[in-house]
Ligand binder design. Structure first.
Ligand SMILES: *Cc1c(COP(=O)(O)O)cnc(C)c1O
Length: 430
């Protein structure tokens, strides 16, 4: 594969931006090789600067549920842009998107738009603290909630209860009130709630963790978490930045039939433009300025471009019955890839929930703990990643990330992916 143009851009970028990128995983550090510079996307495909074509399963890390450059989304953005990109004053698109979100999430009466998932999560935590008057929060290991200081703790070290920051530059004082519990461990959660419950404002979680590979919630775990939060008087915050509008229109809360007190949204809600949101009951959201004392603001929040992309995306999801389409495609993916993976049983695992999937090099039969992800062979993942790339399949460049199907991946795309997978596995494990 000729990557000359990407290579020279990367060389230049390395001098201009940290690691040559504006978000770390893009640098291909964990899979080796060099990042490709993408020139164009069309439906399920992307093209790099050297005109190599790929079937894309990164999909901008989740937002592009309708594929790249969907006609209706693009038209909506152009249309809005013609009338001005931002006013710093209310506009009708905010009202329209807010209505759509509230209609889809029964647990949300009132929503506030921001510009990223990070911002939404950070604000949701501030809101939880402001509403309850308590200062501690519980997060689960392996869950990612953006890069706000108090959430940059994974506490993978097993016994870790009091957080240690994952990043230099985080004041340890900012994470000392973040308690970390292993995902899928209700007993541990209850112990912490018993001992610290009086000081805990919220439990925050990805209902399905999609940022450490794909970790599945064990049966009953989400429900138990809801019950425990109610029992100990703690708010439950679902970070649905990935699962919202992905597992169902109403996110994981609809999919699993469990509602949260505060919901964090991002990715799909912006249809490929920068949007995040957080919402809750009227009672809780009353605390947000200007109605209440919890301050949170944004110059470009709710701008017409981002709102229009979100509106067009959510409209089209509904009009084209996207969850049914995705469900069929997800089944097709499983049917095509499953048997190939099965040939190497004990060495590799395909884990999937609807249109989200991950390939792990492990002898585990299923992955429900962070510990099991850490035991996976990431060197094999790198080899797999580069074999797939060579065969025209663009996967997220890390074994700690997931793949996404869009509503426009075709049977032919999936068949090509299966052929590539078969070749890659034979080469690596054969
Ligand atoms: C992507 C992501 C975030 C952060 O969103 P950004 O828009 O990248 O700031 C937060 N939570 C989850 C679950 C995510 O997947």
């Amino acid at each position: 594969m000729n990557i000359g143009k990407s290579r020279s851009l990367y060389k230049k970028a390395l001098k201009l931006m940290p690691g040559g990128v504006n978000s770390p995983v893009r640098a291909f550090k964990s899979v080796g090789g060099e990042p490709l510079f993408i020139k164009k996307g069309a439906g399920p495909h992307i093209f790099d600067e050297d005109d190599n074509e790929f079937i894309d399963y990164c999909m901008s890390w989740g937002p592009l549920i309708l594929g790249h450059a969907d006609d209706d989304v693009v038209l909506a953005v152009i249309d809005a842009a013609r009338s001005g990109t931002s006013f710093g004053a209310p506009n009708r698109y905010e009202v329209e998107l807010a209505e759509m979100v509230i209609q889809r999430f029964p647990s949300i009466d009132v929503v506030r738009f921001v510009n990223s998932g990070t911002e939404a999560a950070m604000s949701a935590i501030r809101l939880a603290r402001g509403f309850t008057g308590k200062k501690k929060i519980i997060k689960f290991d392996g869950c990612y909630h953006g890069h706000a200081d108090s959430l940059l703790v994974a506490g993978g070290s097993g016994i870790a209860t009091f957080g240690i920051p994952d990043s230099a530059g985080v004041n340890p004082d900012n994470v000392k009130d973040t308690l970390v519990v292993p995902f899928n461990d209700s007993d541990r959660l209850e112990q912490v709630l018993i001992s610290e419950g009086a000081d805990i404002a919220a439990v925050i979680m990805e209902p399905v963790p999609c940022n450490y590979g794909l970790i599945l919630p064990e049966k009953g775990f989400l429900k138990k978490t809801r019950v425990l939060c109610d029992r100990y008087g703690v708010l439950l915050v679902f970070d649905e930045v990935i699962t919202g509008f992905r597992l169902a229109a109403g996110g994981a809360q609809e999919y699993f039939g469990i509602s949260s007190d505060i919901t964090i949204l991002g990715k799909i809600i912006g249809g490929g433009l920068p949007v995040g949101a957080y919402g809750a009951s009227r009672d809780i959201m009353k605390k947000i300025a200007p109605d209440g004392p919890v301050y949170q603001a944004g110059t470009l929040s709710g701008n017409p471009l981002a709102m229009s992309a979100g509106i067009a995306t959510l409209k089209k999801i509904e009009e084209t019955n996207v969850y049914k389409v995705l469900s069929e495609k997800s089944l097709k993916l499983k049917t095509l890839l499953g048997p190939i993976i099965e040939m190497y049983r004990g060495e590799v695992l395909l884990q999937q929930i609807e249109s989200i999937f991950a390939v792990f090099f492990t002898n585990s039969k299923t992955i429900t703990r962070l510990k099991s992800v850490k035991e996976c062979d990431m060197k094999l993942f790198s080899e797999y990643h580069s074999e797939m790339l060579d065969s025209g399949i663009y996967l997220s460049p890390s074994g700690f990330e997931v793949g996404f199907l869009s509503s426009v991946h075709t049977d032919e795309d999936l068949e090509k992916t299966a052929v590539a997978l078969s070749g890659a596995m034979a080469k690596i494990l054969g």
